[in-house]
Write a protein that binds this ligand. Structure first.
Ligand SMILES: [Zn+2]
Length: 490
């Protein structure tokens, strides 16, 4: 323990009155913390964008390790893993050549294959706006550049629809022999962003790019007016194989059952356009500041609390998958995994990912928050964040469900920077997360059991996660045993 932390302990010890549960001292340390905003500014402004496997991410890992050591946690280290493919955008160029020449503002779709050096020049065909539209065009699509005019997104739910329609459009355009796909941005004000359309580690079957809504709809209107539109598309994307990357892991050991573990996690990597603030710098800060508050409070929960900053999430949950593989012998001792990855909005509840029996112990763990405890815990189940490989291993997995009204517009775009933050909001989220992880780690009874493979199978069926996994071509990995709990229960 560093000198600085001893001083911090001396300062806060009187906060714990006789009879108070230790968690109250942690909440008091959160309330008094002066490090929350400076930490978030460092993550967003000084580290900046942190794509998995890049030198920027390696710098971020070193910074976080130094931060955890400075806090004085019991242990902090990096765990290296390999990301099979490192994709980076080159100098993307999209130009309309006919019927009038203009430059189109565009961004390559993540994991799009590169085009040949001189690019692709072809006629544009209107691919409609929904899944199924391209398929109906049949042979007319062959060798054309397909323009998909997706609807504008307003809600978190719309983001899911956009993702589904874009994935289907890509598959349909590739199957019909298109030359390339242009997706119209689902947000105005010339906003561009980046997602992947494959989560199983494969490069897309077709070159594709996102074009601004303004430019994309202009092309669509030209097509509506029966003009022949010719476009030249150059996507010199760089692809490297087997890049090193790391998760950052820290730990505060439990006072009674140090072998039992509650993991609080958030992904540290981001896309390259903004500075990864709402996705997910705010929750990286949350994880670090929960650790700091516990050390400052000078208390320990019954069980060990482990802190994880995963990389590789945006590239397909790669860091948390690597973590689960590396720690497979320990997973019986994982009491819960709690993941925050939904921005900065109010935490309305935790999603228990299909485990109704966890509702009561969670309510109990959150009791110290009093009236500000999240009221809408649900059994809802999710695919897309770092809890998922733990879920497949049968470990109780919680995801913070947040108000997403401020999250959707800047999502994965250049607008996802510190400017999105309203002061004071993050302290409330840290308070909730501290209560959740310390509360669960400090329960007298174990929070929940680990499910065997059959139990996980039933959960996937009950929650219809199996359908999502099939759609995303993720099911094979579960079926083959590459991901998830082994049938023997080992
Ligand atoms: Zn995220």
């Amino acid at each position: 323990m560093t000198r600085r932390n001893l001083l911090a302990l001396a300062g806060l010890a009187p906060l714990l009155r006789a009879g108070d549960a230790p968690v109250h001292a942690v909440l008091e340390a959160v309330a008094r913390s002066e490090s929350i905003d400076p930490t978030l500014r460092q993550v967003c402004d000084e580290l900046g964008a942190r794509p998995a496997g890049t030198p920027a991410m390696r710098r971020a890992v070193d910074w976080a390790l130094a931060e955890f050591r400075d806090i004085g946690v019991d242990e902090a280290h990096a765990e290296e893993f390999t990301i099979p493919m490192l994709w980076q955008e080159g100098d993307t160029r999209v130009e309309v050549l006919e019927p009038v020449a203009f430059q189109v503002q565009a961004a390559a779709t993540a994991w799009s294959p590169p085009t040949r050096r001189k690019g692709i020049e072809a006629e544009v065909i209107d691919g409609g706006s929904r899944a199924g539209d391209i398929e109906r065009l049949g042979a007319a699509v062959r060798d054309k550049i397909v323009l998909m005019r997706l609807d504008e997104v307003r809600t978190f739910y719309d983001l899911g629809i956009e993702q589904r329609d874009a994935i289907v459009a890509l598959r349909e355009a590739a199957a019909a022999g298109a030359a390339a796909l242009l997706l119209v941005s689902t947000r105005g004000d010339r906003l561009l962003y980046r997602h992947i359309h494959s989560v199983n580690g494969e490069i897309d079957p077709l070159p594709s790019a996102l074009v601004t809504r303004e430019d994309g709809l202009r092309i669509a209107r030209l097509l509506d007016a029966d003009k022949t539109v010719r476009v030249r598309l150059r996507l010199p994307n760089h692809i490297e194989h087997d890049a090193p990357d790391s998760n950052v892991i820290a730990e505060i050991r439990g006072r009674e059952k140090p072998d039992e573990i509650v993991l609080l996690g958030a992904h540290f990597d981001s896309w390259d356009m903004g500075t990864g603030c709402l996705d997910n710098g705010v929750n990286v800060t949350l994880v670090i500041e929960v650790a700091r508050a516990i050390v400052r409070a000078g208390v320990r929960a019954r069980r060990t609390i482990r802190f994880a900053l995963f990389s590789g999430e945006e590239a397909g949950l790669l860091g948390s998958w690597a973590y689960v593989r590396r720690h497979c012998d320990e997973l019986d001792r994982f009491v819960a995994v709690i993941v925050h990855d939904m921005g900065l909005g109010e935490i309305e509840g935790y999603a228990l990912n299909g485990r109704a029996e966890l509702e009561e112990p969670l309510r109990k763990a959150l009791e110290p928050l009093g009236r500000s405890a999240p009221q809408r815990n649900t059994t809802e189940a999710f695919f897309g964040s770092d809890h998922f490989d733990f879920l497949l291993e049968g470990v109780p997995a919680l995801v913070a469900m947040q108000d997403t009204s401020g999250y959707v517009r800047p999502y994965h775009s250049a607008a996802d920077t510190y400017n999105q933050v309203e002061p004071g909001q993050l302290r409330q989220r840290i308070r909730t997360a501290a209560a959740a992880c310390f509360g669960i780690a400090d329960l007298e009874e174990r929070f929940g059991p680990r499910l065997d493979r059959q139990g996980v199978e039933q959960l996937l069926d009950r929650t219809q996660l199996d359908e999502q996994m099939r759609f995303l071509h993720f099911w094979d990995q579960w079926q083959s045993g590459a991901r998830g709990r082994a049938p023997s229960g080992g």
